[in-house]
Design a protein around this ligand. Sequence first.
Ligand SMILES: [Zn+2]
Length: 151
Amino acid sequence: MSSNHGTVASALRSLEGAQEVARALRSSGFNPDKNEQKRLLAELAGSVSETKMELALLQTIIEEKDAELLRMNEAFVYRGNLRRRGDGYYKTLDGRPYGQPYCSYCWEKDSELFHLHNRILSRDVRVCPHCKNEYQAVRTPFLEADKVASI
Ligand SMILES: [Zn+2]
């Protein structure tokens, strides 16, 4: 998508055609001949459909930004509750890490949380489904909450 589209400025620009039609109507004394009427109608329709497209693009961009805000907020909330242990990040209960580890690379780089998965046919290697980094399973264990609490 070009950066010239999907902005308020581009939506306004696409309305210039409609303003042009209004000017032409006025300058013809509101009585254009049949060919001019056809031309103006086509111009008006073009301007309207261009504006629709620009607004649809703008809507998409706003929705993307909303999703990004939600994600950032989630990351912000988690930031205080995550703790690194071994090579992974864990949610914490009373300050103690528990549960399945998250990919430390994705968290530190993009504040995104992805649970590590066991690699198929391997008990020793865990893999991040997003960045595909591999971790030693012994450095990224599953931590049971009740055991953590009793330590
Ligand atoms: Zn990752």
